[in-house]
Design a protein around this ligand. Sequence first.
Ligand code: SF4
Ligand code: SF4
Length: 97
Amino acid sequence: MAYVIAEPCVATCDTACVKVCPVDCIHGPMKPEEIEFIPPEERPAKLRGLQLYIDPEACICCAACERECPVEAIFDEDDLPPAWEHYKEINARFFQR
Ligand code: SF4
Ligand code: SF4
């Protein structure tokens, strides 16, 4: 079992989840330090289509990230809303799982 990042993260990517993950298993196509450098108002354009992902093999299901996400993008994989169930596969695919 693992936690999964779903659609609300796309183009938001505020990286709050990365800072609290005890096993450093949240990653994306851009480094969090690079994202933090982009002003929030410029993120929708500069991060279009981008999100962060949780490595399902490293996640220890502590739920720390879920509480931190300001846009409620993170779910236990068993609690994903039906419309976002495919994000389980999308997260795993980023790590080629
Ligand atoms: S999942 Fe939430 S806290 Fe984590 S990067 Fe995406 S928007 Fe930010
Ligand atoms: S549930 Fe815990 S271990 Fe899994 S990604 Fe979130 S903070 Fe990291």
